[in-house]
Design a protein around this ligand. Structure first.
Ligand SMILES: O=C([O-])CC(=O)C(=O)O
Ligand SMILES: [Mg+2]
Length: 393
């Protein structure tokens, strides 16, 4: 049976807020949203939805000028050997006449469309995406739940240490046992002063977590140079934190290798690596340790799941387990991938980036684990606020 894309619509929606990390504020953050309708040879139709994660902006120009027209011109597409829709030939059509390297933000535009293709593929199969992925790529084995952690702890005008601790307390009340906070966001301050300030913030949150460092992640958003990263490393080493995230520029692999020689607990990075090749450079040259470090490549920013499947293959070839992957972005797409392909878990943003973050409405988090609904596709239709945005396309 062949399949055909019959319509593609796109829009731009704000996900702006007053929060900031150590590198950017989100006052003008936007996201692209798309809807793609696919017709199977037997006349059945499904509409899949996609969007990009926070941190990169909407890509209406790239979508309108290159990627949507190529998909529209793709014509009849070969089905997957299981008889269902296969996003891979559609993805290949989108990427025609694109050179390698210099990934820029076209990976974001392609990621938005890729998400919609997978949502439609799973809907045509009448399966939740996590089940389709387990069937196609994981010998039919899916996890029964995903580990999730609550990411927040942003800088916000007027927010002090008490405000930070109150926020973390709310996350514990929602069923999360591991939380993440921002550090390194003191522009213009000397490293020593900034470090003292951050140690006070970290210790206040650790107190709430009964001093258990394995329940706290800290995120620098790539702000530090090697000197600051090493100074912080020496001071936080003893806390045994769950991970020390994006301490350095994401593309500066050799400084990661130097840090990894000095800092024993886990380091996490990868949310700003947008291709399998970039991730492979990190693995080859970043000195990261497959027994503890965490890889956060986000399929919704980095050419989608078609490329992420290649990244997982590359990791296997380099002796890394998929369990070391905990994608950035806090969206249901990565949650399906985590459960269906056996990743280590997924990020979650209980209080920021609505309506794109979070899970199906009414699904509880228990002991930092969340189960998947049995809804066909990614599960957007079971997430009321998000579906209200998508269905308007
Ligand atoms: O603040 C951001 O850009 C998001 C981020 O780093 C994360 O979710 O880890
Ligand atoms: Mg991060």
């Amino acid at each position: 049976m062949t399949m055909k894309i019959t319509s593609i619509r796109q829009g731009v929606v704000p996900i702006s807020s007053q929060i900031a990390n150590a590198y950017i504020d989100f006052s003008k953050m936007t996201a692209s949203v798309v809807a793609i309708t696919i017709e199977a040879g037997d006349g059945r139709q499904a509409t899949g939805y996609g969007f990009n994660s926070n941190g990169r902006y909407a890509q209406p120009g790239l979508l309108a000028e290159r990627f949507i027209p190529r998909l529209e011109e793709a014509g009849e597409l070969a089905a997957h050997p299981d008889g269902g829709f296969d996003p891979i030939p559609a993805w290949t059509a989108m990427m025609r006449n694109e050179k390698p390297g210099g990934h820029g933000e076209r990976s974001v535009a392609v990621g938005v469309l890729d998400m919609a293709l997978w949502d439609a593929a799973a809907k045509l199969a009448g399966l939740p995406l996590w089940k389709l992925l387990a069937n196609r790529y994981n010998g039919g084995k899916a996890d029964d739940a995903a580990w999730v952690y609550a990411a927040g702890g942003y800088y916000h005008p007027g927010k002090d240490i008490d405000g930070l601790v109150e926020e973390m307390k709310r996350y514990l009340g929602m069923g999360y046992s591991t939380v993440k906070m921002k550090i390194g966001g003191s522009p213009g301050m000397a490293v020593r002063e900034a470090l003292l300030l951050d140690l006070g913030r970290i210790e206040a949150v650790l107190k709430l977590l009964d001093g258990d460092g394995s329940r706290l992640c800290v995120d620098v958003n790539g702000r530090f140079g090697l000197h600051a990263a090493l100074s912080y490393a020496a001071s936080i080493q003893g806390f045994g934190l769950r991970w020390y995230e994006e301490p350095l520029d994401p593309l500066d692999y050799s400084t990661h290798a130097t840090l990894a020689e000095q800092y024993v607990p886990p380091i996490a990075t990868g949310e700003n690596l947008f291709s399998m090749v970039d991730a492979r450079n990190l693995i080859r040259h970043g000195g990261l340790r497959p027994d503890r470090d965490i890889l956060q490549m986000d399929p919704a920013l980095s050419y989608g799941l078609v490329e992420y499947l290649r990244t997982l293959q590359m990791l296997r070839e380099h002796g890394w387990s998929a369990r070391r992957c905990v994608p950035h972005g806090g969206h249901q797409f990565a949650l399906n991938i985590a459960v269906g392909l056996g990743l280590g878990g997924n990020e979650s943003y209980p209080e920021v980036f609505a309506p794109f973050g979070g899970f199906a409405t009414g699904v509880p988090v228990q002991d930092s684990r969340v189960r998947m609904p049995e809804v066909p596709g990614v599960g957007f239709e079971a997430k009321n606020e998000l579906y209200a945005v998508l269905k308007d396309l």
